[in-house]
Design a protein around this ligand. Sequence first.
Ligand code: UGA
Length: 461
Amino acid sequence: MKVVIIGTGYVGMVTGACLADLGHDVVCVDNDVNRSLLINEGKAPFYEKGLDELIVRNVDFGRLQGSVDLQEAMYEAELSIIAVGTPSIEGRIDLSYVENAGLEIGHLLGQAAKYHTIVLKSTCVPGTTKSLLRKAIETTSGAVAGVDFGLGMSPEFLREGSAVQDFIDPDRLVIGADDDRSAQTIAALYDSFTCKKIFTTTSNAEMIKYTSNALLSNLISFSNEISTLCETVEDLNEEVVMHGLHMDRRLSPVVQGNIISPEILTYLRAGIGYGGSCFPKDTLALQYFARDLNVATPMLDATISVNNLRANTIVDLIEKALGTVEGRSLTILGLAFKPDTDDVRESPGVRLAEVFVERGAIVCGWDPIAIKNAQGLLPNSVDLTDNLTKALTGSELAVIATAWSQLKNYDWSGVCHLMERPAIFDGRSIISRESLPSGVSYHSIGEMPKILDGDMRDDAV
Ligand code: UGA
């Protein structure tokens, strides 16, 4: 199928490259000429595991190209996918990019050689496709949705860092359409996938995406709230408590004698909070959507508020364990919002660094690939490096903020020689106390802070 992708951000680019790899003829259109040039040179406009290889292969095959010319791209195409940004304006979703894409497509629709179907992939509040987008296209085209052109909504469930794999091997595909022909056209695009396909209305498709992200965010905040309780009571340990929870057969079914641990259980573990370009934005957008409908959302409100407070809760815990951070040299290990990405949007590690600076600490931030992106976000006083040895040298406390494999596999035996007063706070529970030499204070999230050997608590409360 000849496909146009509008918007070469993370969703659009991964979708475009993967569809090309499945054999579709794809043109990725973006106003940013540099992005188009990069694609045509076989390069990804941002880091995502496996994406470069996919782009270069499909550009070479002639199945993928970047362009700024929507008119030319749409001329012979059967389907356009809108994957433009839906940013937040003070918490409320900004649908202006979606609307503009609809208006522009509408202008060009009359010149398209074939019946054209437009599919929204950007995460949007329920009703966006059938109202705002439909109206935008109909206004500038004079055509009627479901009669003169197809219209649908098919959300993505890609996780940064494993987006290519998630696209290739999806758990489900949601096909939202308000007429049969549109549904069948979208289904044809996904013909080679054997996973469960959910056919529904465009509004349900939109709501499925929000509900998924709201639940995952909720599980994280719930776990973090339980963790705060465990951190307050002696002898409680969040890891043990959660393991006990996970073994409930309703969460970990036993299949042919084997306990199956579904991936969702990782969201039922404490950490330093959720971040990224999706959970924070989507939970807020859903909250505003409900507010506009006069519907109370106490669960969603609590999810957001626990997460907003998380960095301060963590720093309070650290101060309880180790004394004030004021004037201390501290290291944040991990600035990307999660491993295997250089994305620092709404990153909990960045937020932690900010709170440390607010409380007067001297902060160094380490990340293997996200330093460049973190630069613009953090105060100038934060020293940034991708060199782990340098980051730990002279530090009095290192906080693990991102579960990077480099940290899991790091040889911590020499850490006492590097750090001024070796203390590790493991905000992701990724290293074991046993992997550290004696003389290092180790504190993991989810248990009451203890004063350990080598602590820096000279102002103990
Ligand atoms: C998330 C969803 O997982 C995807 O299904 C969805 O398609 C995507 O948003 C989207 O809306 O586009 P993503 O933000 O890439 O994907 O990453 P996640 O791996 O879900 O992580 C989100 C945040 O939750 C990160 O800050 C991460 O550190 C945190 N997290 C994740 C945890 O604290 N614990 C976990 O077990 C997993």
